[in-house]
Design a protein around this ligand. Structure first.
Ligand SMILES: NC(=O)CC[C@H](N)C(=O)O
Length: 376
């Protein structure tokens, strides 16, 4: 690191951490959460579900392999700010196109390194996710940072899906094979047309559908069900996304319509919460959520345990599920809900990330389940 400008992180509870700036000068506010994944920092930074969140990566060395042109899960860095222990002086990887600190600056990220991320993580775990503020650059004041941290309204009640979504619908055609080889495949056999709601979608969800023979139309978050039905899809996917699911009334209404029409429906993360709300359940805000790539989740229907990728701060409240909803998956960390399916409609959803990226691929089978549902 060449310039060692100071930076500080203040939390609404009054804690202040000092470190050095590794991004641009400036200020940022958001909900501070920790992510325990040991790989996949570029995917985490570009996951739109992290909007309005300052993410602490507990893995101590971030940036070892630089950044590249393939791993981004959206077109830019999406999180509000970044907190790290250390960025190595040199990076090395055959795919790397940019140094990590240069990437942070080019992407205008306010980021702090050099603080005790273990102490910070313990604090967040014990007290719960905290609203916070990072100040980076020459003029930084603890008082200002604390004031800004306390002024952040918090994620509860924040509808961000419509904010991050696209404004126009578009087709998506790239699968994993094209990404890995940089060549277009001629083997495409498009069996199903899937309309995907973009609530802040991660690209790997789209690739995994293409890999399984789907033609894809991505639509904006507020697209009415009637518009989607005109496209005559074989199935609808409700994507992941940032913020609180409860205020997304437009998405909940659309999901209800698809359920009523018995159109195959698959929800991931925010999409899972939307399906839960559409079915009549409630969602709740978790203490510090799940953010990592090694969370054990049990499939209650066959007993298997899968290691999963996770990123959520809200959850479907199982106590509020109506009789036509079956709990299919549960977190083995805290027993919270991880999956549901409807008994009277072809609709199911998963709280974690079956598309992984980063993370293990154990839950990829859910994409196959969706394909089977459309085939039936
Ligand atoms: N990754 C996601 O889709 C997150 C869903 C929702 N914003 C939550 O935090 O719970």
């Amino acid at each position: 690191m060449t310039s060692a400008k100071p930076a500080l992180l203040a939390l609404a509870d009054g804690s202040v951490f000092h470190g050095i700036s590794i991004g641009v000068d400036g200020q940022t506010v958001g909900e501070v959460v920790f992510n325990t994944a040991m790989t996949g920092y570029q995917e985490i930074l570009t996951d739109p579900s992290y909007r309005e969140q300052i993410v602490t990566l507990t893995y101590p060395h971030i940036g070892n392999v630089g950044t590249n042109d393939e791993d981004a899960e959206s077109e830019k860095v999406q999180l509000a700010g970044l907190v790290l222990r250390e960025v190595p002086r040199r990076h090395s990887n055959f795919r790397s196109t940019q140094d990590f600190s240069e990437y942070l600056k080019a992407q205008k990220v306010v980021a702090i390194a050099g603080l005790d991320t273990r102490r910070l993580t313990r604090l967040l775990r014990d007290k719960g996710a905290q609203n916070g503020c990072i100040l980076a650059g020459k003029k930084i004041s603890e008082k200002t940072a604390l004031k800004l941290a306390r002024e952040f309204p918090g994620l509860k009640g924040m509808d961000l899906a419509k904010v991050v979504s696209v404004t126009k619908s578009y087709p998506w055609t790239t699968g994993s094979w094209e990404l890995a080889t940089n060549r277009e495949t001629t083997l495409k056999d498009e069996k199903f047309h899937v309309v995907v709601y973009d609530f802040g979608i991660k690209r790997n969800i789209l690739r995994m559908l293409v890999d399984r023979g789907c033609r894809i139309t991505v639509v904006p978050a507020q697209t009415k069900a009637s518009e989607v039905l005109k496209l005559k899809p074989d199935g609808v996917m409700l994507s992941n996304g940032p913020g609180d699911p409860e205020p997304c009334d437009y998405a909940i209404a659309a999901a209800r319509e698809f359920i009523a029409r018995k159109l195959p429906l698959f929800g991931i993360c925010l999409g899972h919460q939307i399906l839960g709300l559409a079915a009549g359940a409630k969602t709740l805000k978790m203490k510090f959520g799940h953010h990592g790539a090694n969370h054990p989740v049990q499939d209650l229907e066959n007993g298997t345990v899968m290691i999963t990728s996770q990123n959520h701060g809200f959850a479907v409240d199982e106590a509020t599920l109506p009789a036509n909803v079956v709990v299919t998956h549960r977190s083995l960390f805290d027993g919270s809900n991880q999956g549901i399916r409807l008994t009277d409609a072809p609709a199911f959803s998963f709280q974690g990330h079956p598309e992984a990226s980063p993370g293990p691929h154990d839950v990829g089978v859910l994409f196959d389940r969706f394909i089977k549902m459309m085939a039936a």
